[in-house]
Design a protein. Structure first.
Length: 470
């Protein structure tokens, strides 16, 4: 079965004697946005293309629909008539219509205007267009921005990398034949530094092998010049949907991990019951939590449980062990840095605070943080804003802090390992996790828990503990 006929975008040159734009074949494509009358009750304007006029007269809903008095027409250039004046739209004229030459374009427009939420079509999705041809670059910018996308348009790969370092993008649309740094080199750089970013490459008819090579290197897909608006919008929509589904999968896996973490809080002793009560209290508020307990008592599991049951559960849970990061790198890890902030800072880095925006930041071994850095951390807690290393302004953050330590808090205060002002800022909800020796009633239950866990991992049928072992 043959698919719908597709028309190519073409530039036109005007003929003053007729007022009609006549075709001038070019390999490039562009979108045409023109004002036309769309009156289902009267004859079509003589200045309109015949097939648009007849569609309007017959009132075909699949051909015309109202949208802010502007007509967007995907039509062959030879059929398009542009009125010399628009004042004669007349009292009998209906509102301007949106006219598509086939169902693909109509569906793309319908999706763009009917979806609630979702980055792909709500104007939140940002697309980086990279093409050294100004005509193509502007045509793509016009097409994508009309569909509600945010568009960043640059002419070479170096500018593209600079833009990605300055701001986030959801998709890269790049020509393969770029000056100085090729589209393939740009693709490699994007896959290396922004692995979650989808890339669509644009290629000429004679370079299909290069486009296939780009897909092998990680590009989402390619489009061959010349192409229709339908083709590019369809590919863009698919790429953004794939990105959304990947993020959704990662989020579901994280949520599942958190739920499993809650079930790892094994025990029915009085100390464990009190811990569950405090977890419920902490989850019901946005207060800062300080967890104190020896190594191996389950402080991270408790942080998981608090986040999973809180109103921030749909936001990120970002974790950092302060003792595991060298002191010279800890500030950059926590607050991020700008390009050139120090030797080796060849690009901007987003720190853990910004990564956790809208969610929870869990800082293990908080007492291992240098007192100087504790002061900067305290300010971030108080002001709810951070400043990247090498930055010139502050960045607001909405983050819930859960901190943990295996040290005795009183000794840490006396020895100067923990600033007193930071301690009081963190100690809104204090949760002390007892070691197993203080809750011996939970030993048998824990033994059964780990027996089942490792039996399942090793595909073993062992499922009970002998009376002698108990």
């Amino acid at each position: 079965m043959r698919g719908p006929r597709r028309e190519r975008w073409k530039k036109t040159s005007s003929d003053p004697s007729s007022g009609v734009m006549k075709p001038k074949p070019l390999s490039r494509t562009m979108r045409l946005i023109v004002p036309v009358t769309a009156s289902p009750r009267g004859p079509a304007s003589s200045h309109r293309p015949a097939h648009l006029a007849s569609a309007a007269v017959r009132g075909r809903p699949d051909a015309c629909s109202e949208r802010s008095g502007t007509t967007v027409a995907f039509v062959p250039a030879g059929c398009l008539a542009v009125p010399r004046r628009t004042a004669d739209m007349g009292a009998t004229s209906a509102a301007g219509g949106v006219v598509f030459h086939d169902n693909h374009a109509r569906d793309a427009w319908t999706n763009a205007t009917s979806r609630d939420g979702g980055d792909a079509m709500s104007g939140k999705a940002r697309i980086l267009v990279v093409d050294d041809d100004a005509t193509m670059r502007e045509a793509l910018r016009d097409t994508l921005s009309t569909e509600g996308y945010g568009v960043i348009a640059v002419e070479n790969a170096i500018q593209a990398i600079a833009e990605l370092e300055k701001q986030e993008a959801d998709l890269v649309l790049a020509d393969l034949t770029l000056p100085r740094v090729s589209g393939l080199e740009l693709l490699d750089s994007v896959r290396r530094h922004w692995p979650g970013l989808e890339v669509i490459v644009i290629t000429g008819q004679g370079s299909i092998e290069t486009a296939v090579d780009a897909i092998k290197r990680g590009a989402y897909h390619y489009v061959t010049k010349p192409f229709t608006p339908d083709e590019i919008l369809h590919l863009v929509g698919q790429a953004l949907e794939r990105r959304r589904l990947v993020h959704r999968k990662e989020r579901l896996e994280e949520e599942l991990s958190l739920v499993r973490g809650v079930h790892q809080l094994v025990g029915q002793s009085d100390p464990m019951r009190r811990i569950h009560d405090v977890i419920q209290t902490a989850a019901g508020s946005d207060a800062t939590v300080l967890i104190q307990g020896e190594s191996g008592t389950g402080k991270e599991i408790i942080a998981n449980a608090i986040h999973a049951q809180s109103r921030r559960s749909r936001g990120p849970l970002v974790k950092m062990n302060c003792a595991a990061v060298p002191e010279t790198l800890l500030e950059s890890e926590l607050f991020g840095h700008e390009k050139g902030a120090f030797t080796g800072a060849d690009r901007r880095r987003i720190g853990r605070f910004e990564q956790a925006d809208g969610g929870t930041l869990f800082l293990d071994e908080i007492c291992e943080m240098h007192p100087r850095l504790q002061a900067k951390f305290l300010r971030a807690l108080q002001e709810r804003e951070i400043e990247r290393l090498g930055g010139v302004g502050t960045i607001p953050v909405d983050v819930r802090i859960i901190a943990a330590t295996n040290r005795d808090l009183q000794k840490a205060l006396e020895e100067g390992m923990l600033r007193e002002d930071l301690y009081y800022r963190l100690n809104v909800i204090l949760l002390r996790v007892p070691p197993l020796r203080e809750r011996m009633d939970d030993v048998q239950m824990l033994a059964m828990h780990f027996l089942r866990k490792y039996a399942a991992r090793e595909h073993s049928s062992m499922s009970s503990i002998s009376d002698e072992a108990q």
